[in-house]
Write a protein that binds this ligand. Structure first.
Ligand code: 5GP
Ligand code: ZN
Length: 117
């Protein structure tokens, strides 16, 4: 069921504390932790504690928590003193999604190109 923890989900395991992560922020509804394979000086993932497979599913299921994720992305950027940063929701394997629990990548601390690769 949407929102329920999934036994085989890596990020649900991080939420549950069963897999270690470098947590930088936590709220009632979200967790933010450093990406294990950073692509920029700041690379933090912000996830809802509830399991949804992608950003659109979260938007359909719980708009308030989607807003929490985006607000926390902004708080991460503020904590890291970034005035410019990128929020990315890779959606679908063709776009690079590899973990099927929605996560906002917060990337900053270097110049960014457009369009993204
Ligand atoms: P995606 O490719 O789905 O957009 O992003 C998944 C992200 O999760 C990748 O950037 C990857 O480096 C990160 N990741 C994968 N496994 C782990 C892990 O065990 N711990 C942490 N902190 N990040 C992970
Ligand atoms: Zn999950």
């Amino acid at each position: 069921m949407a929102g329920e923890p999934q036994e085989d989900c890596l990020f649900c395991k991080i939420v549950a504390g069963k897999v270690p992560a470098t947590v930088v922020r936590e709220t009632e509804t979200t967790v933010a932790f450093r990406d294990i394979n950073p692509q920029a000086p700041t690379h933090v993932l912000v996830i809802p504690k509830a399991h949804y497979r992608d950003a659109a599913s979260l938007a359909a299921g719980d708009t308030a928590v989607l807003a929490d994720v985006v607000r926390e992305a902004g708080e991460v950027a503020a904590d890291e003193k970034l005035d410019s940063y990128r929020i990315v929701f890779n959606t679908g394997s063709g776009a690079g999604q590899t973990v099927w629990h929605v996560h906002a990548h917060v990337l900053g601390g270097r110049g960014m190109q457009w369009p993204p690769g």
